[in-house]
Design a protein around this ligand. Structure first.
Ligand code: PEP
Length: 247
């Protein structure tokens, strides 16, 4: 039986309005694509992308949302407003947000709560830096990053959670983790979940970090990989289509 899989493209702070129109002109989806496809544009372009995907099997994600419901938080975007625009997913915990915006587990659990309450699914990213890996901290770092999910394990919102394992050293570097490294970490996350939350279903675990048109098929064959979070290669319609054709 083919696995239920998700392939999400994180455009980060890339693609102008014109480039978004060009992207959809050039995108050709593989026929009967078995994957749930998600695209995450910059926030102001969400309505444009929602419009483009109206007749396509593509869902829209936001790259961030506020930790508060509403109010005097200049510059923030609420989960409620994202949901009203047709957004279905929010990427949270991305290493770039952890690194450049000092997002920690306390803040992220508030953001996750806002999303779940607005019926948005969360793609929650975790991953270690090279220094953390080389100093034997990998498992501790992942366990710490996973702590902010605990409060949701008793609720029926649990099913709205998706994980993305993204080793920081593999993001945007072209240095993809080896198949053994990916399988090993995904299995570690699975067993951590089974120990910590024995009563709930295991969330899908995506891999992210320099996934491209050439390495996607091999990575997808790993049993513990439920799909991908793709950065750079999701900006190129031809490469993204090739990634979408993995099976
Ligand atoms: C990402 O930003 O989530 C990512 C995985 O980027 P890239 O594919 O470019 O490494």
């Amino acid at each position: 039986m083919p696995k239920k899989s998700i392939i999400a493209g994180n455009w980060k702070m890339n693609l102008t309005l014109t480039e978004v129109h060009d992207f959809f002109q050039q995108l050709s989806l593989p026929p009967q694509c078995p994957h749930k496809i998600i695209l995450a544009p910059q926030a102001p372009l969400i309505p444009i992308v929602t419009n483009h995907v109206q007749k396509l099997p593509i869902s829209v994600a936001a790259q961030n949302c506020s930790f508060e419901k509403k109010g005097a938080f200049t510059g923030e975007v609420s989960a409620e407003v994202l949901a009203s625009l047709g957004v279905e997913y929010v990427i949270l915990g991305h290493s770039e947000r952890r690194q450049y915006f000092a997002e920690n587990e306390d803040l992220l659990s508030k953001k996750i709560r806002q999303c779940l309450e607005s019926k948005l699914s969360v793609i929650y990213c975790i991953g270690e830096t090279l220094t953390e890996r080389n100093s034997g901290q990998l498992q501790n770092v992942l366990k710490r990053q996973l702590t902010c999910l605990t409060e949701f394990s008793q609720s029926n919102q649990w099913e709205q959670l998706i994980l993305a394992y993204e080793p920081v050293w593999a993001i945007g570097t072209g240095q993809v983790a080896s198949l053994e490294q990916v399988q090993e970490v995904h299995q570690f996350i699975q067993s951590t979940f089974k120990d910590s939350y024995p009563h709930v279903n295991l969330p899908p675990i995506l891999y992210g970090g320099s996934v491209n048109a050439l390495n996607a098929q091999d990575l997808f064959t790993l049993p513990a990989v439920a799909g991908f979070l793709v950065g750079g290669a999701s900006l190129k319609p031809k490469d993204f289509s090739t990634i979408l054709s993995v099976q």
